[in-house]
Design a protein around this ligand. Structure first.
Ligand code: NAD
Ligand code: ZN
Length: 367
């Protein structure tokens, strides 16, 4: 892959800076890229069966050819892997395989594997180096960039974790060809979000090229992934520990998280809930007078074009209120709502949950 669209990015965090490589070689060049940041040593590849079936052999032989000694740590598929119990099992495997401070962890998989493996790397021997090889669109544009790692607690998602930056992100678009379309669409919601919050050009590109992008046409998709990473990297560099501006990455997530909770994390993928959440947030922004009606209309059309659901599930006002208040990003009774000014610009508005729901006017059925 050549040209501007394939140029590596650098996440600038002082001595914790790291590159994001964009590849289209089915992971053939991974070991080579790895050797530029971490010299050959013992490495643990955390992955799951679904991903390993497709990519393990190639990754293993590439690593061995370059002089690494890889071991495989299989974890369950999907969200159930993000627990302290599984983290402890992985750590047990690392101890048995005699990994030490000079070893490294490689996360090969989607956001679940990335969050779990990053967390293990952060706590094992008080921290060993790790790299991300994201194989879902969501992981490539979102979870693999930014250094948030962690697992779930039975009382809530992502409640246990740490900020811990990888040494390298190796993002290979070819891996997205084996990804179920529903997963691809769900990841697209986070890309749309990037367009809304910071980049009108990206949003326009998505409006024009969505069918090609969903077909994993490299010419259309790689620049989009790169742009989304660039944006997230810039926001993270400005606010690594999420105390200020990084909150705009939560656009669409107040209601997105509420929708996931209301439907008990069963009905919607995270990205699907965020798609609906962005439509709701756009409408509220227009009603609050932050933007014209054109912005929410374009958001709706683009979410629809991505093949994502657009209608909020039907729940009463009390249920919405409970779900919004329970979202951990609230501050007291006020919440930090990310509103749209126009496509490409968002801002944080302090608003009470009551006002938010009044504006949403659930009972009036006007959403
Ligand atoms: N750390 C962060 O900043 C951050 C940000 C957003 C989301 N997340 C977390 O990310 C997780 C969701 O990640 P996800 O959407 O990637 O889900 P996931 O990791 O569960 O992957 C989705 C499904 O696709 C499969 N899969 C992965 N790659 C594949 C491939 N190339 N081919 C075929 N199948 C493949 C997985 O096995 C899984 O079944 C959540 O736990 C969420 O909390 C973290
Ligand atoms: Zn998200």
């Amino acid at each position: 892959m050549q040209g501007e669209a394939a140029k590596p990015l650098r996440v600038s965090l002082g001595d914790r800076s790291y590159p994001i490589i964009f590849a289209a070689d089915g992971l053939a060049g991974f070991a080579d890229s790895l050797s530029r940041v971490i010299s050959p040593r013992r490495v643990a590849v955390v992955t799951n069966r679904r991903v390993a079936r497709r990519y393990w052999r190639r990754v293993k032989s590439g690593l061995e050819k370059r002089g690494y000694s890889p071991i495989q740590c299989l974890v369950p598929d999907g969200e159930p892997a993000k627990t302290l119990t599984v983290a402890e099992e992985v750590i047990g495997r690392l101890i048995e395989a005699r990994l030490d401070r000079d070893s490294a962890v490689i996360a090969l998989g989607g956001g679940v594997v990335g969050d779990l493996a990053g967390f293990v790397a952060a706590v094992f021997l008080r921290g060993v180096p790790y790299v991300q090889v994201p194989t879902t669109l969501l992981a490539q544009v979102d979870s693999a960039v930014g250094g948030k790692t962690g697992v779930n607690h039975r009382l809530g998602k992502n409640l246990i974790g740490s900020f811990y930056q990888p040494r390298l992100v190796y993002s290979d678009i070819e891996t997205l060809r084996t990804l179920p379309k529903r997963e691809l669409r769900a990841g697209m919601a986070e890309v749309i979000k990037c367009g809304v919050i910071r980049d009108a050009d990206l949003f326009g590109r998505l409006e024009k090229q969505m069918p090609r992008i969903l077909a994993v046409d490299a010419g259309a998709l790689v620049p989009v992934i790169r742009r989304a990473c660039q944006l997230k990297a810039a926001v993270v560099a400005a606010d690594e520990l999420e105390s200020g501006v990084r909150a705009i990455l939560n656009f669409g997530h107040t209601f997105g998280h509420a929708i996931e909770a209301l439907t008990e994390y069963r009905k919607y993928k995270h990205g699907e809930a965020v798609g609906i959440g962005m439509i709701m947030a756009g409408r509220i922004s227009a009603r609050l007078g932050l933007c014209s009606a054109d912005a929410p209309a374009r958001i709706l059309d683009l979410v629809l074009a991505a093949g994502l659901p657009t209608k909020p599930p039907q729940f009463g006002r009390r249920a919405w209120e409970r779900a919004v208040v329970a979202d951990k990003k609230r501050r007291g009774k006020e919440i930090r709502f990310v509103g749209v000014r126009r496509i490409g610009r968002c801002e944080i508005v302090q608003i009470s949950v009551k006002e938010l729901l009044d504006t949403l006017d659930l009972e009036g059925r006007s959403i």
